[in-house]
Design a binder for this molecule. Sequence first.
Ligand code: ADP
Length: 178
Amino acid sequence: MSYIKAVFPGSFDPIHYGHIDIAERAARLFDEVVVAVYDRPLKQLVFSPEERLDLVRQSFAGHPNITVTGYHGLTVEFCRQIGAQVIIRGLRVFSDFEREFRMALANHRLAPEIEVVALITDEKYTFLSSTTVREIASLGGDVSSMVPPHVAAALRRRFSEDDETWYNHYLPASLRGD
Ligand code: ADP
């Protein structure tokens, strides 16, 4: 049988246990899983592309068939470039379905040779999202049950008052109060 390479794309701002569970389960189904960190999603970000990539890399260090890379542009073009046949997505609550369905149809139209495989979240991660993690961390809450320790530490640093980089470059001017 041929070697199947699957891409798990996302913003990962930041990566959390729901993402990690999907990648690890996909790694049991396919020969190789490439966790692909999209560099410039149309979202307000807390971590830069390099920071997100680094946090994702640390999350899968030593995993035998999970690799991590950044990418830009269309996901299907990235898949073609690296010879991946499958795109993995994770599905949580019902509200994910419509967006994922639309995206899967669009991707299929652009690249009919690439299959989208959606894995259903583990029950315990149903309501876990990067947005929730960011909100709790920004208010000084404990996110240790949601993200690995290195991500919790990065969030603490990011939301500490002396993190000038974030304050000046990532926090929108409207929220800076200056
Ligand atoms: P994107 O901006 O592409 O949606 P995300 O980083 O938010 O990037 O999510 C990447 C993928 O992980 C998406 O398919 C998303 O549905 C999935 N995902 C996010 N949170 C969870 C979770 N708690 N359980 C399972 N899948 C999840």
